[in-house]
Design a protein around this ligand. Sequence first.
Ligand SMILES: Nc1nc2c(c(=O)[nH]1)N[C@H]1C(S)=C(S)[C@@H](COP(=O)(O)OP(=O)(O)OC[C@H]3O[C@@H](n4cnc5c(=O)[nH]c(N)nc54)[C@H](O)[C@@H]3O)O[C@H]1N2
Ligand SMILES: Nc1nc2c(c(=O)[nH]1)N[C@H]1C(S)=C(S)[C@@H](COP(=O)(O)OP(=O)(O)OC[C@H]3O[C@@H](n4cnc5c(=O)[nH]c(N)nc54)[C@H](O)[C@@H]3O)O[C@H]1N2
Ligand code: SF4
Ligand SMILES: [Mo]
Length: 741
Amino acid sequence: MTSQATVAHRICPFCEAACGLELDLDNDKVVRIRGDEQDVFSGGFLCPKAIGLKDLHDDPDRLRTPLIKRNGRFVEATWDEAYAEIEQRLPPIIAAGGPNAVATVLGNPTSHKMGLTLYFPRLARALGTRNMFSASSVDQVPKMLSVGLMFGSWLSVPVPDIERSRFMLIIGANPMVSNGSLWTVPDFRGKAKAMRARGGKIVVVDPRRTETAAVADQHHFIRPGADVFFLLGIVHALFDESLVSMGRLAEHTTGVDALAAAVRAYAPELVQARCGIEAATMRELARTLANTRNACVYGRIGTCTQQFGTLCSWLIDVINVLTGHLDEEGGSMFPKAAAFAANTRGAPGTGRGIVSGRYRSRVSGAPEIVGEIPLTCLAEEIDTPGEGQIRALIAIAGNPVLSAPNGARLAKALDQLDFMVSLDIYLNETSRHADVILPGLSPLEEAHYDVTFTQFSHRNHARYSPPVLARAPGMPEEWESMLRIAAIAKGLGAKADISALDDEALEEDLKKAVGPAADQVMAALDHLKGVERLLELGLRTGPYGDQFGRKPDGLTLARIKAAPSGIDLGPMAQRIPEALRTPSGKIELAPQMLLDDLARVEADLAAPAPELVIIGRRQLRSNNSWMHNLPVLAKGGYRCTALVHPADAARLGLTDGGAAQVNNGTRQIVVQVELSDEMMPGVVSLPHGWGHNLPGAQLGVAAQRPGVNLNALLDENLRDPLSGNAVLSGIPITMKAHAAA
Ligand SMILES: Nc1nc2c(c(=O)[nH]1)N[C@H]1C(S)=C(S)[C@@H](COP(=O)(O)OP(=O)(O)OC[C@H]3O[C@@H](n4cnc5c(=O)[nH]c(N)nc54)[C@H](O)[C@@H]3O)O[C@H]1N2
Ligand SMILES: Nc1nc2c(c(=O)[nH]1)N[C@H]1C(S)=C(S)[C@@H](COP(=O)(O)OP(=O)(O)OC[C@H]3O[C@@H](n4cnc5c(=O)[nH]c(N)nc54)[C@H](O)[C@@H]3O)O[C@H]1N2
Ligand code: SF4
Ligand SMILES: [Mo]
């Protein structure tokens, strides 16, 4: 074959920054990956992980055929055999135990895959189970709850308008490494630099002097888990010093007086000892936020994965509202996604709002949230006998055995299931427990549109990536696999006509949405199938859409496809009140559920500081638990180290590079110590997602340097009671030198 060089484009699926990449191909080989300079959104930026796309595609451990476990060993199977196995084993479990006997668990990559995101609801509907779990509850569900209560929909998350901002307070986020989260912002470094060059300032609040702190103007250590006190102190100062100035938001906001009353007890001088930040600093920050025209507060996972996660998430937006920075240029604004955003659908300005707690989990009684039960309840729902016990699990793009607290219990529980299916691209710590593994495609083999992250983007845009390479014959796309399982769950069998089922489901949805016009819409979408058809529908009916011809210049899928580097839809613009979906049609500044939760804060005000606590850490060449098998990212020095402040090390007799035993009660791990004055004294940092030394996984590269599992230390019973989110940060530990093995 003669060599044929071509250039292809692909949105990077590895993190929320969603960078546009350009790939040089020689026939079907990727020879080079670089940032797409023409990309309307990321402008050529990329990070080292992007190169991993090639390694992922070529990884011999990446599954390319279904596996079925026979007598405890996985054997390769055809797709027909795999579906037949599911058909044989899943329906009897539903027949015996009812729909709740089957659980689903979704992992993080789901949100980077349009097929999984758009088609999981179909599978969920077919199953009809209440036992749905996902990584959301070890991540962002507190933010979803707080914005849901304040603004009326779960994903109405305001994001910093960094390109027009002059002051930013960043709490519990490290965008220099994570590349942004619930804030799609490729090249944070470049944008931060530009911000400072125009006189802007960045202040970071974090128990570790992070990579982001290194490019900021100021950094303050905070006691892990004590952000709620710090934020209450700032809100108190805003009222106390008459700094509240809501501008045009005043007429769209309710609850200011109730809020003022609720924070009265949290003067900065009263909370400073608890949070570790001086009252004068809180007051100064309050003044700067109030007196700077284009400013905002941004918080992320450090503020979510703690016992007051929902309150922290709420108070961050409260400060933005009180200082008049919400929905203002250079402040914290609402993106307007081209498709699928709940806050661009239905009547503008008002709605049904959100509800949580419609039911409770069987064992712990954790309230339902966003139709889910906390991930940390999954093990107990499987291993606790009784009516309603989970007997089968469908795991999709998740590795909770490593990524959730107490994976050891979960691993044991998974082995007690009658049946488990994993949709995954690896045989790893979680999928090894499955009876059937259905592999997904390499990202290079599938089309992409960012359903999720366009909703959090600092600038509005629409981009589509066609498949870069052809997929192997017979390999289904993952949305097809999900429809197949849906058909089986409905009793239609593995051989059902899933295309017809797909048509029926869409028709049903359209009838609900547009009534008799459904037929016309179906006809207009006739040229497409499956996920592309849903995308076309989303785009054309979306806020920039052509409305099926009524706005002839509007967006269609064809228009986006014709722009390989995307279509820019402009900077964020004001969206209040239009974006609100609260029943009151106002921003709810003081939701009762949150005011009530302040009782827990009050009770905690005098809590003494534990001598030593542990927090997590993200690293540039890693992404949660699943990219450690890619040689280009795995190389370099050992990274799964525990950062310990030299003063703590001296006190505890720990040495740089030495081994240490870390205990949380009887839970124990052995780590390699790295001395670091980046740490707040009394705080240790260890990355999560490691521990690839479990038997039965097939991760050749990762197993060579497995690292240690932080989550093995953590307690699955610790949750923020409002959101059910796991507490992953600020866990008291003890540490002592360990004789090297
Ligand atoms: N201690 C501690 N624990 C944490 C965190 C923390 O900060 N500290 N962070 C939490 C957060 S924010 C998150 S989001 C979770 C993440 O935890 P999970 O959602 O469990 O994600 P990963 O661990 O990355 O596992 C992803 C899985 O998806 C598979 N996969 C990758 N691509 C595809 C694909 O295209 N199709 C399919 N079907 N499968 C695919 C991978 O093989 C892997 O099994 O971890 C959480 N755990
Ligand atoms: N390279 C890389 N990028 C990623 C990921 C990855 O694993 N690797 N994961 C992706 C995912 S799933 C997510 S959710 C995002 C997360 O994106 P970020 O939220 O930016 O993630 P982190 O880097 O974990 O930053 C959290 C920060 O909170 C700090 N922290 C810990 N506890 C506390 C506390 O109690 N209070 C305060 N104020 N700070 C605290 C930590 O020291 C850390 O600096 O990143 C995404 N991007
Ligand atoms: S920043 Fe994220 S999206 Fe951009 S190249 Fe790196 S991993 Fe990919
Ligand atoms: Mo996450």
